[in-house]
Design a protein around this ligand. Sequence first.
Ligand SMILES: [Zn+2]
Length: 376
Amino acid sequence: MSTIKEITIRCAVCGKKSRQIVLTSYSLFGEPDLDFRPPPMLRATMKYWLMECPSCGYVAKDIRRWPWATKKMLQQIYSGLDTSLPSAAQPFHKRALYCEHMGNTTGALRAYLCAAWVCDDGEEDTHAINLRMKCLELAQRKMNHCRRGKWRQYMQLIADLLRRTQNVTDLRKLDTGDRRLDYCTRELLIYQKSLAERHDFSAHSREEIDLEPFDDFFEKKTSDRADPSYELEAYLAQALSGHPEDRAEALAILDCIRPHNLNLPYYAFDAVLRLHKGTLVHMENPYNVAELAGVVTSEFLDMMETFVVPESIACERITLQSKTCMAILYELYTSPYIEQKWKNYEDAEKRLYLMRVEDLFSDDSYLIGFIKPRTP
Ligand SMILES: [Zn+2]
């Protein structure tokens, strides 16, 4: 149970009196969210976490106390307020601006996070994402200057911020092999990564993770669960293999790591190769990429590009997989079925070229469309 009390107080900035509600007690029952948002009972008291003077707009935990700024400076700081935020988020944004101005990064981080939670409740997704990006910037700045215990907490927060801002690429890059991670933090990172691979960007509670209890004094518990990001990379590459069995195996495993619809380009790639089985590929007989062109994603194209090799490598020395990927990329980028945004992807059109390949068994030669590697 939470209890509140109404009081009349005088604002330290303007001297006017106002009625404010203060929280006198609360209960902490249940587990917090993955971004440390308190469990539901305390969460419901959010509107009492800060006071706002109705006369001058001063926001503080207790407006009876003087701010570290003049009235004029406060107004200047508050002029940065985003008035399109839901009204309940605005005091938190003011507090965040104030803390940032004062160089109080932790305070600013907390206030931005609170504002994001208010936006979550109001289903203001764009605002929530923007506020979390700000949190991410502050948390990353902060984590380089703190003790190990705090570092782990920032790591847990950053993982959630990356997922909630739909930044799967950077979340995948978080190193679960880092020796500074303890059992709990590593398990949390892996859980975040597996949620992100399923494109689940919503709020989740720590309750969902079955962290095994352990006695830190006698035993250093280690986490050895496989990191889905590393597994994913390997299977995505395998899904582009030249061997049908390898592709089938990879596709089946990928579907366990994330939903089938995210793997659609890889299925379409598989279909292209099955269709073309055994026949020679050249300009007059290209891969049929019409279906594939409709489902490509940046992830798929990026993965394909990892097999692209420079023109200077003699054609005979290029692996079959590289040849296949380069030829399919050529067909894709020149396909009438692909969206214009993909045709311009990574300067693709400028990197396309034709190569003459001698036929081993006749005097014929063929032109094959290939692609040069991206310039670093
Ligand atoms: Zn006031």
